[in-house]
Structures are given as C-alpha cells and as structure tokens.
Write a new protein. Structure first.
Lengths: 231, 274, 240
C-alpha cells in the first residue's frame, strides 16, 4: 500500500496532466452545480421561510427529507429524463458534463433550500416585527434576510459543494464515466480501484479528502469570523 | 450577487457550447471488460486519426449496453454476447451484426487450488470439480457477456447452477474488475476474460488455473444501432466506425494491441459465421 | 382636520384576544399631539399589546384604531422595541436601510443618516458593525433609525428595560431630545421613576383595561383609582 502511496504522491507532485484534467472537471461540474442550486435554492428557502400558505409544514418536511436523496436514484431519474427515449432526449446532453451538472444540481438543491430556509426562518423570528415596523413588505423582508444571513448561507453553499464533489452515483450514471469527457475524481477512483490500479486512485483520493477538509475549514472559519466582526 | 449570476451563465454556456462543439463524435456502448482491457485507449486514437471522428465509449455491462442502445442513447454497440446481440437484431434495434475479434476467457483460481483443477484444459471438467469440492466461486451475476458465457458453461457441464448452487457460489452483480477483487479477497475461482486479467494488478494469490479450451473463446460483434427506429443515431459516423473495425486497417490495429508483449484480441471479421 | 397630520389617534372600543385570553378589554382612548404620554402598568397589564395595536403591528379583535389622516409613505409613525434588532451591517447602514424602505432617494440618504446619528450622539460610531455596539448604543441607534424620517409619533415599548442605569440615562436623554423637537412620545413602561421623568400624562392600564388617565403629577400625588394607588404603593412603598 505504501508503494501505491508513493506513486500517488509522485503523480500529485508532478501535476500529472490526466490528474489535473480530472480534478478541474470535477471542480467545474460541482461548482457550477452549487451555483445553480444556490440561484434557485436561496429564493426558494427564503420564500418558504417568510411565506405563510396552506401545506407549508408538509413542504418543509418534504424538503428536509429530500436532503437525503440517494445520488444513484437521482442519477437514474435524470438519466431516464435525458435519455433519447425520454422526454428531454432531444437536448442530446446525456453523457456530457452539462448532464452531470444537472444531476448534481438536483441532488444538492434540497440541501441548500432546506438549510437556507432554516437559517432564514430563525432570522425571521428575530427580525419580523422590527422589519414590519419599518414598513418592509414580504418580498423586502425575504431579500433583507437573505443578505443578513449571508454567512450561514455561505456555510450552506460549502456543505452543498462538499456533497456534490464527493458523490459518485449520480455522475456515474448520467455522465457514463467517459474517458477524457465525463470522468471526474470520484468515478475515476471507482474505476481505478476496480482495476486494481491504486496509485491514481489514491492520488485522487488524497486530493478529494484535501478538498473536503478545506471546504469544512472554510465553513468553520467563515462562521467564526462573521461572529467576531458582525456579532 | 450580479457577477455571480453572470459567471454561472457563462460557465453553463461554455459547457454547453463545448459539448456541442464536438460535433463529429459517436457514442459507442461497450462492456467494462473491453474498456478495462485497455483496447479502446489504444484503438480509438488510431480510428480518430484516420477518420477525424471522436468516439465516446460508455462502458457498462453487456445487458446495460444493449439497453442503452435500445433507448437510442448510443450509435454503435460493441459487445461480446452473440445470443443477446441476435435478440437485439430480432427486436429491430440493430442494422446488421459483424464479427470483429475474439479473445478468450480463463479460469482463475487460488494458488492453493482446493478443487484440484489447475493446469487442466477442460473447462467443463474443471467446473464439475469445483462444484463437487464446493470451492468458493465468484460469478459476475450482471447479465454481462462474461456472465452469460459462464452460465452457458455450467449448463454445458450438465449443472443447473440456479438449482444446484450453494453458499460456495457468490453471485456478486459486479463488473470484471470488482469481481476479481472479490475473488482475490476470498481466494475464490472466477471466470475472467484474459484482457482484464492481464491488466489486473491486485492478484494476491490468484493464478490462471485453466486456459486454452475452445469453449472459452469469446466472440465480439459490432452493430450499428438502427436509425429507422432511433432517428437520433448518427448513421454515417456510426457506419464509418463499423466499417473501420472490420476493415484491414482496423483489424491490423486490433491485432497490434499487446499487453506485456502478449496479443489480447484476435481479429476475425473474415469469419462471417463467427 | 385633514391637514395631513396623523394625530389625534383614536382607539374606539378596542379589544384584543389571543389564545382564549382577553389581553386588551374595551379601551377607548384618544392620543393627542403635544405632551408626552406614558402608558403605565404592571407586567402583564397589556402595555406591549396596546403599543402594537396603536402602531399597527397587531389588528384589534374588535373595535377600531384610527389615525386622523391616512397613513402614507414614508411612514410618519415609528416604534422602538425593548430589544433593538439590528441588521448585520454598520450603524450607518442600519439607519440608511430604514430610509430606503421608506422610499427616500439614494442621493439624500447619507445626509439624513448623519443627521439622525448626530441627534443621538452616535456619529463617531457610524462605520461600526451595529451588532457589536453596547446595549445602550444599540438602543440609541434604534432611536436614530426610528427618528430618521422625522415621524410625528414615536412609540417606545419599555425601551430601557434591558439596560443598565448608565445606558438608561443616555437613552432617556435621547428621548427627551425627540420630545423637545416636537415628536409626540408614546412610551410604555412599568418604571415609576422613568414615567415621572419623561411623561407629561399617564395612561394607567390594569389587566387590559384603561383604569386611569391624568397629568403626571396629579397621577402620582392623588391617584383616583384603587389599582393605581396600589401600583404606586407597591413600587414605591414609602409614599404613604
């Protein structure tokens, strides 16, 4: 195992081009997915947090449940949608990075929406009276809270990114793990491990873990800094 | 927030555009064992250089590869399970099947050889001995070409494996590589294609137990997915691929692929009955 | 009397029930311009709910709350709560926010914010994140925010209840400044000393009912109702 580790570290140090290509693809797919999920998830979370409508509680429970969507299931459903035989087949994006972005966006959208809803609802409880007193309407309240909870929301985004970067089920199915096209860190680790070829898998594993740790550290530091500076 | 939105749009657009930009490409549905043998890594660049067509290989089990094609998600099918391929043709999903090449299966087993089959050249005899000894045996169990071949061999050996299997028979539902990993961990027997075995690096105590039996030959066929049934199929480009692999250039390239000096695949497009 | 002025504010038979309990019970009250009004009462008397009914955060279960002119934009009546709620921004930005919601053009906001902060003596803390300010400073900031639009009426719901004596003094002095500038002060408190210091008239509540209303000195020297007398005695046992 140590021999494999040694080879892995060599690959990392030498910035093996295949490695770099795989890492960059993983990052671009997951970052885009997180960006899209935030774009739709934040307004959704805010709307549920400050809105009052019938079925709201059920929606919240459903949203929280969807945080635990199994990636393979999401991958399967998106595959069926994007397949030529499926309703969105004419888009022709199956087995391409956009398909992977879509699958990961669907996977982490509930996470971002549910977590932001919680953060904004907590803030809503604190601010509601005061903001109404100042004359803000519902939409203004939602927007104000979105900005005011920005540090919690950043943590939410980091959590979503961590989940996206680490999953393999969804991108495997909709991406097809095609060499040079849709092969990302997680699918490569799966592939190389199954081939019994450990150095590349280990190298990628090290990078993946490093990314996960970095993301968590960033989340923690953000919260600390924000607390200290803004109270 | 504005710049974030713009960045996202640009990234998405870029990704979409790059996907579209690769206009000249086809999707080939093939099997994990073929991909993992490294053949495509060697063969496809030659094809692309010759024709300018990119090939995207989606490597899954034979069953899934054919299913993929049935949904029109692939342009060409390149697998090694003749009966399944003929059924595919009967259903009207393929145009015509051409034999391309063959490789062979080998029976892998632990050095300790509990069923005493090592060095033999009769695969059916070996399987009977394994069952009699109740030695651990790993099956792929995933409707792949290898799995279908394995089941056919049990049948030919006179064993109804569905009825007669016991705890010694491990039906894993995995691809060739993962199944080999499992066999290595359990010190079990397993039927593998030679290509995957040669590139497999995690052998542990496993060695080749039985090889060379004609019944272990594994025939590959290539089919263009029927554009009449699936209008999205890239007819010309896909046909170009089919034509190329059975052409003298393609066949020469296939024979040229070696691992450790050993040729893995034997071109036989000139054997129409194969 | 449609000179655009909000006052007098009329409460006509206002009641408020919630969770089966009657918190405000049939109050008839007219709040006029001029002298500062203190809503006095024990904890649980319904002061906070009455304040919110007048400000408009709550709707009465029965009866009417009516201003003398329709409320327009920007709002000309504001409220300061017991605990100041500040956004995660600078002190300056918090006051600017109120102006923005009220529809004040961006170009004019900065000057108005500075004026408001000057009025409560917080100009030197304008750039500081509002939430790191002390309790007293935050409450003064809340006053600045409420007062930035030069409201006709300023409601204050127990504004110093959570503050120490030093901060209380600062806030009371800021309130007095608003009073002197002509803003109508309506303040709820259970603190007799504060009522005396800041109020011109007392409106005394007991268990949701308006029990007594009188100019401040008369209320303390000659309370007309038994409840008021008991309350005063309870808080200041040495008044005989």
């Amino acid at each position: 195992m140590f021999e494999a580790l040694g080879t892995a570290l060599n690959l990392l140090a030498g910035l093996d081009p295949k490695l770099v290509e795989i890492v960059l693809l993983s990052l671009s797919v997951s970052l885009t997915a997180v960006g899209l999920a935030a774009l739709f998830g934040f307004p959704l979370g805010a709307a549920i947090a400050v809105g009052r409508f019938p079925g709201r509680q059920t929606l919240i429970v459903l949203l929280n449940a969807c945080m635990g969507l199994p990636p393979v299931v999401v991958g399967l459903v998106i595959y069926l949608l994007l397949s030529r035989a499926g309703p969105l087949g004419s888009l022709g994006i199956l087995f391409t990075p956009p398909a992977m972005v879509i699958a990961q966006t669907v996977l982490i959208l509930p996470i971002i929406a549910a977590l932001s809803r919680q953060a904004i609802e907590d803030a809503f409880r604190e601010y509601d009276e005061q903001l109404r007193s100042l004359g803000a309407n519902r939409v203004q309240v939602a927007l104000t809270l979105l900005w005011d909870t920005r540090f919690s929301l950043l943590t939410t985004v980091l959590a979503g990114f961590g989940r996206a970067a680490a999953e393999v089920g969804a991108v495997m199915i909709v991406g097809g793990n095609i060499d040079g096209v849709t092969r990302v860190m997680t699918t490569t680790i799966a592939l190389e491990t199954s081939k019994g070829d450990l150095p590349l898998a280990l190298g990628l594993g090290i990078i993946l873990i490093a990314i996960v740790i970095a993301v968590n550290a960033a989340a923690y530091l953000t919260k600390e800094l924000a607390q200290r500076r803004y109270g | 927030m504005d710049w974030m939105r713009r960045l996202l749009l640009v990234t998405l657009l870029g990704a979409a555009l790059s996907a579209l930009a690769q206009e000249k490409f086809i999707v080939v549905a093939s099997t994990t064992s073929t991909e993992q043998s490294g053949l495509f890594g060697y063969l496809l660049p030659i094809f692309t250089k010759d024709t300018g067509i990119q090939v995207k290989v989606v490597a899954v089990g034979t069953g899934q590869a054919l299913d993929l094609a049935r949904r029109g998600d692939a342009d060409v099918v390149f697998v090694h399970a003749r009966s399944a391929e003929e059924k595919f043709l009967e259903e009207g999903h393929g145009v015509k099947r051409f034999p391309v090449m063959y490789n062979d299966f080998v029976l892998i087993g632990p050095k300790s050889d509990p069923a005493k089959v090592s060095g033999g050249h009769d695969i059916l005899e070996a399987l009977r001995k394994i069952k009699a000894a109740q030695a651990p045996f790993v099956s792929r169990g995933d409707r792949s070409g290898t799995h279908i071949a394995e089941l056919a061999l049990w049948k030919a050996a006179g064993i109804d494996i569905e009825k007669e299997k016991g705890p010694w028979y491990k039906d894993t539902g995995q691809g060739m590589g993962p199944a080999l990993n499992t066999a290595q961990a359990m010190n079990a027997y397993i039927l593998s294609d030679r290509g995957t075995w040669i590139s497999f690096k995690n052998r542990g105590d496993l060695v080749i137990a039985v090889e060379g039996d004609k019944r272990l030959f594994n025939q590959y066929g290539v089919m263009l997915v029927n554009p009449a049934k699936h209008p999205s199929v890239k007819k010309e480009l896909g046909q170009a691929f089919v034509d190329w692999v059975i052409s003298p250039e393609g066949q020469k390239a296939i024979a040229g692929y070696k691992i450790g000096g050993e040729q893995l695949f034997f071109p036989n497009a000139n054997q129409p009955g194969a | 009397m449609s000179n655009g002025k909000l006052l007098p504010l009329r409460l006509e038979g206002v009641s408020f029930t919630a969770g089966g309990r009657t918190i405000i019970d049939g109050i008839w009250l007219e709040i006029e311009a001029g002298r500062s009004t203190v809503i006095l009462g024990a904890n649980g008397a319904g002061k906070s709910v009455l304040m919110r009914l007048m400000h408009g955060l709550l709707s009465p279960t029965s009866g009417r709350v009516e201003w003398s002119a329709p409320e327009g934009r920007p709002r000309k009546q504001a409220m300061v709560f017991q605990r100041p709620v500040m956004l995660r921004r600078s002190a300056h930005a918090n006051v600017a926010y109120a102006l923005k919601i009220a529809g004040v053009a961006k170009a004019q906001r900065a000057a108005q914010v500075r004026e408001a902060l000057d009025g409560v003596g917080l100009a030197h803390l304008a750039r500081r994140p509002a939430r790191v300010l002390s309790g007293g400073e935050q409450q003064r900031l809340a006053l600045a925010r409420a007062g930035a639009l030069h409201p006709e009426v300023l409601f204050l719901d127990e504004p110093t209840a959570s503050l120490d004596p030093g901060a209380t003094r600062e806030v009371e002095s800021a309130i007095r400044a608003f009073d002197a500038a002509g803003t109508k002060i309506v303040m709820a408190t259970h603190n007799l000393g504060q009522a005396r210091r800041l109020g011109d008239e007392i409106v005394f509540l007991d268990r949701g009912r308006l029990v007594e209303r009188a100019p401040v000195e008369q209320f303390f020297s000659k309370p007309q109702s038994a409840q008021a007398a008991a309350f005063i005695k309870g808080e200041l046992p040495w008044i005989g």
